[in-house]
Unconditional design. Structure first.
Length: 228
């Protein structure tokens, strides 16, 4: 009985292993980039960047991004393995492309204000963010890409189809996060636009065809056939 329970628990949560492994790889790789890309990199800048004012209040949705991604991924992890598989592929593919671009083509920007125009709790948070996150390794914006991936997953979910409040809330948060990347000068418009393009390509691969889903189902059938 104890063996059966252990096997049941393992089979239920085994899909967390690839996420944990990838999370470790991503964090180590990104940390390496942050430590090494410090002086010699390509400056990203477009004319629209100069037309967008600095607005510190957008630091709130920017920081909410972390909770947004965790909550959405955790929800599908616990409630829908197929949707979880889709969002896992969507997010990890884009994040890997980002790491490769940052490694092969180091990039950064000079959009941040030299001094905060005001003193308030929001500019304090922005200053803290600037100290923790260098203005390098920006293209495409993972904040934008992952927000789009999470909102797409919410909108495509059959479980959440009748929950209009969640779908509307996801859209508002997603849009706010995307705008925040430019208003607090964390990203160039170029980073945002290219994140949209990459998300559109991945949407076509992950959601517009059933190839990945069929692969996942075949993998599940193969695992179930294995003896306990």
């Amino acid at each position: 009985m104890e063996t059966f329970r252990k096997h049941k628990w393992t089979s239920k949560y085994i899909h967390a292993i690839p996420l944990m492994i990838y999370g470790i790889i991503y964090l180590l790789w990104f940390r390496h980039l942050e430590e090494t890309v410090t002086g010699h990199y390509q400056i990203i800048h477009v004319s629209l960047d100069d037309m967008i004012p600095f607005c510190e209040v957008f630091v709130i949705p920017y920081m909410l991004w972390f909770a947004y991604v965790v909550v959405v991924v955790a929800y599908f992890f616990l409630h829908d393995k197929e949707d979880y598989f889709r969002i896992f592929v969507f997010l990890c593919t884009g994040m890997t492309v980002f790491l490769l671009i940052s490694t092969l083509w180091p990039n950064g920007h000079r959009l941040r204000p030299h001094a905060m125009p005001r003193e308030n709790i929001f500019t304090y948070l922005v200053s803290a963010l600037y100290k923790a996150d260098t203005p390098t390794n920006l293209w495409p914006s993972i904040h934008v890409y992952n927000s789009l991936g999470c909102h797409i997953a919410v909108m495509k979910s059959q479980r959440l189809k009748k929950h209009k409040g969640i779908r509307i809330g996801s859209f508002i948060l997603c849009a706010s996060i995307i705008m925040s990347t430019m208003f607090i000068k964390q990203h160039s418009v170029f980073d945002v636009v290219t994140a949209f393009i990459m998300a559109a390509i991945m949407y076509g691969i992950v959601y517009s065809t059933n190839t990945l889903l069929h692969s996942y189902r075949n993998m599940q059938k193969h695992l179930k056939r294995k003896p306990v």
